[in-house]
Design a protein around this ligand. Structure first.
Ligand SMILES: NC(=O)c1ccc[n+]([C@@H]2O[C@H](COP(=O)([O-])OP(=O)(O)OC[C@H]3O[C@@H](n4cnc5c(N)ncnc54)[C@H](OP(=O)(O)O)[C@@H]3O)[C@@H](O)[C@H]2O)c1
Length: 321
């Protein structure tokens, strides 16, 4: 496993970050713990969750993924300091007006709840999940700064921020001497590129922001199990994948991943991960897995090194997708 710095910071993260949105949704607790143990064995030291995971699963109140990770940490399977633990705040955790958002009021409560569920006294990376137009940036950044100073949070990051808002956040942190976002978690894969590449990528490279893309396999589309003229696979996400990615450009990208993967004796999923990691702006790819087999396959992508020509050939299939 390769470890890269999270942007300009000194923190080293494995290039594969284990996403845990599936925990308590399409992966039960026992499977989730098996996946966590195997990920650590394979060299992953980076785990991403969120307070709202997985609220959409039937009967879940939110916080379930964090609780599953908390019980795993408490079981002593791994020493806490070996893990770079990231979670997020912003989503709706209850029905009250202050049960969501990026206000000081909600964040101070939310961080304590996340710490309790995760059974830890600090978070390595605390991320704002998406923007909150109703809270001044100054309020959010001042609150995050207080959490860093209190030792509850070590680094702060943002997710789903447009470039103008990330640039403004960096400016506010600078002029007000507040903690700054050191990471960005964008949606990014071979079939979803423009949102990140157009404006965010140059900004992150220029400012030393660590980029940790989510859905690098396009929710399973870039694994080869969604093909032209074949029935949809069994998956809670199949309908979403069909609507979003199953078009001629997407299938052409999968064909090219397969052809280039063959040269490296790599699977389609591994080649898709190698493409994301070939981007020098990227610190780690946040993957999702429902089984050990999926995890082992995807993690193998971290060892595949594409030539510049191979990367360019893949780029060509989806210019600005
Ligand atoms: N910040 C945000 O707004 C945001 C949004 C989304 C996700 N995330 C984070 O990113 C993580 C990963 O997102 P994601 O789940 O969309 O990532 P992904 O890696 O693009 O997709 C993972 C899904 O693909 C399928 N899969 C994975 N490996 C496979 C393999 N080797 N062969 C065949 N199928 C495979 C599985 O679904 P099936 O088994 O159902 O096919 C799995 O759930 C999440 O857990 C979360 O931590 C963040």
């Amino acid at each position: 496993m390769e470890y890269r710095r999270l942007g300009r910071t000194g923190l080293k993260v494995s290039t594969i970050c284990l996403g845990t949105m599936q925990f308590g949704w399409s992966a039960d607790e026992a499977t989730s713990h098996d996946i966590l143990n195997r990920a650590v064995e394979l060299g992953c030291n980076f785990i991403d969750t969120a307070d709202i995971y997985s609220r959409w699963a039937e009967g879940n109140a939110g916080g379930v993924s964090e609780q599953i990770i908390g019980r795993w940490l408490a079981s002593g399977s791994v020493r806490r300091e070996r893990i770079v633990l990231a979670t997020k705040v912003r989503g709706e955790m209850g029905s009250g007006p202050n049960d969501q958002g990026l206000s000081r009021g909600h964040m101070m409560t939310a961080v304590e709840n996340s710490l309790r569920r995760l059974q830890t006294d600090y978070l390595d990376l605390y991320q704002v999940h998406w923007p909150d137009e109703e809270t001044p940036l100054e309020e959010t950044l001042a609150t995050l700064t207080d959490l860093v100073r209190a030792g509850k949070v070590r680094y702060i990051g943002c997710s789903n921020y447009p470039a103008w808002l990330l640039a403004k956040s960096l400016w506010v942190s600078d002029v007000r001497q507040l903690a700054r976002f050191d990471s960005l978690q964008p949606h990014y894969s071979l079939v979803h590129r423009a949102e990140f590449e157009r404006e965010l990528q140059p900004l992150c490279l220029d400012q030393g922001i660590g980029v940790i893309p989510y859905s690098p396999l396009a929710a399973g589309f870039l694994t080869g199990k969604y093909r032209r003229d074949t029935p949809l696979p069994e998956s809670a996400r199949a309908e979403g994948v069909r609507q979003r990615y199953m078009n001629e450009q997407g299938f052409t990208a999968v064909d090219k991943l397969e052809a280039i993967g063959r040269i490296h004796n790599a699977t389609i999923a591994q080649t898709a991960i190698a493409w994301v990691l070939a981007n020098t702006a990227v610190s780690a790819a946040i993957i999702g897995a429902n089984s050990i087999a999926q995890l082992e396959d995807t993690v193998g992508g971290a060892a595949v090194s594409l030539t510049p020509e191979e990367k360019a050939a893949l780029d060509e299939t989806t210019a600005w997708a």
